[in-house]
Design a protein around this ligand. Sequence first.
Ligand code: ZN
Length: 322
Amino acid sequence: MSEPLFLKPVFHQKLWGGRKLESAFDYDLPDGNIGECWAISGHPHGRSMVENGELAGQYVDDLWKDHKELFGDPKGEVFPLLTKILDAEASLSVQVHPDNEYAEKHEGELGKTECWYVIDAEPGSYLIYGHHAKTKEQLDSMIESGDWEHLLRKIPVKTGDFFYVPSGTVHALNKGIMVLETQQSSDTTYRLYDYDRVDKTTGKKRELHIKQSEDTIMVPHKDPELNIVKCSEGKNEFTTFVQPPISPYFAVYRWQIKEPAVFNHEIGKYTLVSVIDGNGRLTIDGNDYKLSKGQHLIIPATVSQWTLDGDLDVIASESGEE
Ligand code: ZN
């Protein structure tokens, strides 16, 4: 098996979602406010199905169990990563995610460290990242009095930015921002503040999780020390945003391709690929596969070498786990 696995996106309606994924990626969206495209997923809340080749019709989580060779014979029980595209027409709730230990104990799943590559941000956009409380007592009292204005840290954001959001980081994407998110395969979110909004579909406010948030939020907030590395080879540019050990769960890359580029897998590695712009070609063992904006695929561990060519802007990731 040396074929790429092209995957069918799964769309999720969200109170804060919009319709931009339709115009941006030409997706055939269901009705409603579509906030999330689950692009590469083995999570039960939105499983990716293979669309091409010998394994067409099979789901990533089943392949993880039945075709371990595709993923380098991993030890983990679940496909560890989840790639999404988020379209925030309105602001998301202010939230935090637990680490593996807390999530395992309270939710029976993985914790959630995530990161965002900003595909598009309207001028003047900002997001919430971190908080200003110095101690746990101060954090709890600002939460209890609802002093969001002083508690939450606002950061300006523009297209092309990258944010690493380890578990325990208070965060929110705000309106006018579209990101590609690479995260641990988890759907556990603790909602701290939701702007007192009412969900149109249910007529109710969404549930908050104050206790879990207070348990989970890192105090004081500390920005991660990222080491973003950019290099050019000919007309191509390669950026490494994060990788282990700084980011233990995944490495995330951007590849801007203008001429043929050859990639090799380290033994046991597989690669998640999302085409965020352009058109081009993937070649494996002399077979060509067309690539275009909005496609998502896995290049399995059974492929040792491949070539990308054309005019492509790609976000790729690899699991940090053995
Ligand atoms: Zn989040």
